[in-house]
Structures are given as C-alpha cells and as structure tokens.
Design a protein around this ligand. Sequence first.
Ligand code: PLP
Length: 406
Amino acid sequence: MNFDVETVRRDFPILSTLVRGKQLCYLDNAASTQKPQVVIDRLRDFYSTENANINRGIHHLGELATDAYHGARRTVADFINAFSEKEVIFTAGTTESINLVASSWGRTHLKKGDEILLTGMEHHANIVPWQIVAEQTGALIKVIPVNESSEIDTEAFDSLIGERTRVLAICQVSNSLGTLNPIKSIIAKAKAAGVTTLVDGAQGAPHLLADVQELGCDFYVFSGHKIYGPTGIGVLWGRAELLDSMPPYKGGGDMIQRVTFEKTTYKGIPQRFEAGTPNIGGAAGLASAITYVQQFDPEELRAHETDVLEYALAMLGDMQGLTSYTRASKRAGAVSFTLDGIHPHDIATILDREGVAIRAGNHCTQPLMQSMGVNATARASFAMYNTKDEVDQLVNAIKKAYDLFS
Ligand code: PLP
C-alpha cells in the first residue's frame, strides 16, 4: 500500500487527543509508540474470543490461543527475515532479551579475562546485564568511544577488538543521538575476529531495519511497544546453533521435557527459553502491529520518516542557542538537543503546555551523557505518523520556551 501520512494518522485514535485545548503532538516515540486501531482491536478480540492458556489445553479456546501465539512467532520470523521461526523467542522486551543472552550465553561462554565490547552510546539495558555477567565471570567490559560527530570511533573499534574479545553488543540506532550505526560492516569485522554479536534493535526495528540475515549478527533484540505493539512483549532472535548451545535462563512450566526430583530435561528452542505462561495476548498484538507496518512499502515509509527527521534537524539547526547532538551522517528517529539557559526538563514542561510531548533526561544513557559533558538533553523522537506540521508545532513551542526564559 502507498504511504499516506494523513491516512496513517487516522489509524491511531490517540493522535486526535487535545492537551489543554491544543492538538497533541506526540514526539516521544523512542520511549514508546502509539497503537493503531487494529492493534487495539486485536487485543480486545483476543481477550473477547480466544483467551486461554497455550500448548496445554485440549479445548477449543486453548487451540485458538495456541494458534494465535505460534502464528505471532511466524509473523515475527518473517518480519526480521529469520532463518527459522524457532529462532524467535518471545520475551517481555529488549531489556529481558539482553538479560537472557548476557545471563545464559554469557555465563556459559565467558571466563576471566575475556572481553565484552560495548559502545559509548548504549542504553543501560545493553550495559548493566553485561556488567552483571562480567562480575560473575571475571570478564572485562571495553567501550568503543563516541566521537564529536555522535558516531562510533571506528579506529578505536579496530584497536579494541582483539583476541580476548568474545562478544560485541551494540545498538543499531542510538535512542539518545539518533545515530544509525554502520552495523553491517561492524558485524562483519567482529565476525571475522570470531566475536559473537548482539544488536540492540529497540530503535532499529521500528524503522524497518530488522533484517537479521542482511545484518549478519548472532542475536537481535527489540521491544513490541516501540513498534506500535503492546507493552510487555518483545523478541530475542538468535542463530539456532547458538540458542541450542545455551542453558535455560528461567525454569518452570512448558520449557521441560521431563521433571523428576533427581533431574530435569529441557525442550528445544524456542520453548526452552519461554518458561511459564507467556504474554499470549501481547504476542497476538505484536503480530498485528507488524502486519500493520508491513502493509506499507518500506521504502516509502522510510522516505517519509527521513523527510520529517531531516526537516526537524534543519529547522532546529537554524535556532539560536540550540545545540544538537544528532550529528551523525546516518541517522534515524530522534533529535537530541539542549537550549542555552534552559534546563531540558523545563523545555519539556513548557512544550507540554503547547501539546508537544518530548522527553528530557539522560534517556537511560548516563555514560553517554557524561562523555558529552551534559546531564540531560531534550529529545524529540519520530514515528511514521509524525508530520512536518508537527515539527513546526515543536519549533514554535521551543520559541515560546525561549521567550519565557529570556
Ligand atoms: N535499548 C534501546 C536502544 C532503547 O531505546 C530502549 C528503550 O528505550 C531499550 C533498550 C530498553 O527497551 P525496553 O524498556 O522496552 O526493554
């Protein structure tokens, strides 16, 4: 289907909200996206007509729920171009997916002196789980610095990746900077050095950049709620041979073959990593979100998003006293900035009065903020339903903030 932003906007009921009499301008999409009516309907329909537990119930509803859940896995596998649907593990979100890999893969494969390579622009979700496993195993964390252009220092990367590097965990798109990392070439180098790779796709998947075969990584993770789906559902994709070699991350029902008090044997993937009752409705909702996104020509959708982002960068770039941290030559999704003399939290508060929802703070990237020499930035982040008119609304609201503070 051709991409028409006005038609798309009508699919998202919340976008017609008035905030204190002003038209809502929702620019906090990197934190969480809004949901189209089809996703809202899918959740209602699932709980109205299909709800039951999965895999166990030999009854009509149990079969419907089981079909919905496993059908969702097929939809995700197709969306990310997985080699096989059994490589798709449902989790609670990106955070849980990374914790699963760090804990299960990390504790199995890392030992004292091994190195975990991260970048200076990672979200806490792609730092802390690795620190936990580093403490447990004696492995060391190494960090690829971010340069003045908000990009990964590739020379530093070349010198940091070495014989002791076991894993590289890197975000595809920085939630704080909007930097689109050159994942393919970085992964190719890591692979050549025998390093296992995890791509944090939390901010990449929503911009339709989640082709795991194209990227060449070993693990890819993302959250449903950032791609127009429900909260509480996310994905870990991993190469089957790697997932097969990993022990369970949590134990419980549905992941076992046989339990005795002496010994328990486990199912294969994906069930081995999905102990307990999963978020069945969430999986169905995520599948409908993906199907919704897939109806559009991906090139057109991306072209629209790029158009709006570049317009925002140009408009904000012209504003006096504004420092933009979105400087990378390749970027997606977000503009991060500060204004002279106004704290980012004050910017966000004043913008909210104008109906403009942005985020202010460290964006769960404290080490990045420290390296940039700031405590916080203001961040406007865009989704497929945002428009240039909304960028104008943002710019006018920022001008009002200036007037108030000058
Ligand atoms: N990684 C990145 C790059 C993110 O932007 C986020 C959330 O903002 C996360 C990880 C964590 O995602 P979640 O809170 O959905 O688990």
